[in-house]
Write a protein that binds this ligand. Structure first.
Ligand SMILES: Nc1nc2c(ncn2[C@@H]2O[C@H](COP(=O)(O)OP(=O)(O)O)[C@@H](O)[C@H]2O)c(=O)[nH]1
Ligand SMILES: Nc1ncnc2c1ncn2[C@@H]1O[C@H](COP(=O)(O)OP(=O)(O)O)[C@@H](O)[C@H]1O
Length: 213
């Protein structure tokens, strides 16, 4: 471990948004496999897809339970997307960031704006664009996880989601997956080095200046 990498800092919130099918879940999965970021597991009222595991991809809950948790103030943010409720449990986020570990969030533009309102300094926002809407349809159909009617609804919502692209710090066009992933890693690497995040820097510099060299 280098001296630089040992300087203490608070965890950051890497927030990814995109229209459905642009590749957020794939990019998030690849990031988590690196092992040094945690995924914020949302609660949702959406039915589970065949490939999804309860508690890993989402916590799948009923509408009444969602409203109960929301009204009790358990959520950092929440939104209704494609007719379902989604929300980010607050406690795991605050604990993880305080421990210095970074977190990845897959939330829509409404959730992103709510997080920015309260936690701007911790957040890094990235919008993922598809190379074209035709390719977006192809990806949703090839993924084959949703009924045609649900795919159509997601495509209809895509223009609205995309219209919020300019609220984000970074934008990546996910044409080639490898290229998009590398771009994401560059963003993460640079953001981890930001002076304002590194609480331990002042102490390190004090130590440097006090040295009797
Ligand atoms: N605001 C908010 N949006 C979420 C949350 N979890 C997921 N979403 C968004 O909900 C939308 C639908 O997600 P999902 O049902 O997994 O479908 P997919 O995007 O087609 O894989 C996406 O835009 C997600 O980013 C959350 O906790 N809060
Ligand atoms: N760059 C890419 N080129 C081709 N297919 C991709 C690319 N990125 C993702 N996909 C595929 O597109 C589909 C939708 O991706 P997914 O990550 O589920 O999107 P989202 O989470 O944004 O809805 C998946 O089948 C995924 O394997």
């Amino acid at each position: 471990m280098t001296v630089d990498s040992k300087i203490q800092r608070r965890g950051l919130m890497l927030i990814l948004s995109s229209p459905s099918g642009a590749g957020k879940t794939t990019l998030t999965r690849d990031l988590i496999q690196l092992g040094d970021l945690s995924l914020s597991v949302s609660i949702t009222t959406r039915p589970r897809r065949a490939s999804e595991i309860d508690g890993v991809h989402y916590h799948f809950i009923g509408r009444d339970e969602f409203i109960f948790q929301r009204d009790r103030g358990d959520l950092l943010e929440w939104a209704e997307v494609h007719g379902n409720f989604y929300g980010t449990p607050r406690k795991p986020v605050l604990n993880t960031l305080a421990s210095g570990r970074d977190m990845v969030f897959d939330v829509d533009w409404q959730g992103t704006l709510q997080i920015l309102e309260h936690m701007r300094d911790d957040a890094v926002t990235v919008f993922i664009l598809p190379p074209s809407l035709t390719e977006l349809r192809t990806r949703l159909e090839r993924r084959a996880e949703d009924a045609q009617e649900i795919i159509n609804r997601r495509l209809l919502n895509a223009r609205d989601e995309i219209s919020h692209w300019d609220a984000y710090d970074y934008v990546i066009v996910n044409d080639d997956l490898d290229h998009a992933f590398k771009a994401l890693l560059s963003i993460l690497a640079a953001e981890r080095l930001k002076r304002v995040r590194r609480d331990g820097l002042a102490r390190f510099v004090d130590g440097l200046l006090a040295e009797d060299a």
